[in-house]
Design a protein around this ligand. Sequence first.
Ligand code: C2G
Length: 131
Amino acid sequence: MKRVITYGTFDVLHYGHINLLKRAKSLGDYLIVALSTDEFNALKSKKSYYTFESRKKILESLRFVDLVIPENNWEQKVSDIKEYKIDIFVMGDDWKGKFDFLNKYCEVIYLPRTPNVSSTQTKDYLNNNVI
Ligand code: C2G
């Protein structure tokens, strides 16, 4: 049973997120998503449209996501990897290099981001095209 973990806000879920999550799951058998809490988002200077609970519900509805846990801080990754016996840590390549220190504990893989889609773009579009 190969266990994979990834981290993120996953606000206003879009096909870029779906591509990342699907590819992450395909690297193993069990995918854990550590979902940024609303409080941690504030630390990342992000304000998500959907609350943590709503974003969690959406992710849990995806058949290729096996477990959603809260991401409360930057520091929890090593303990998460140990606690959940993670084999592979996956992030989009906008984070390339940032988490290489986790190589001591598990495989670290950066996957290419999906171009031309982001939660921010979606929100901007909706804000500027209210009918
Ligand atoms: N992503 C992607 N393609 C996009 C947009 C996002 O592959 N067009 C990926 C990101 O690279 C990331 C994941 O989807 O791996 C989640 O993206 P965000 O919700 O923006 O996550 P972020 O705010 O980068 O949080 O501790 C790590 C942080 O919590 C990462």
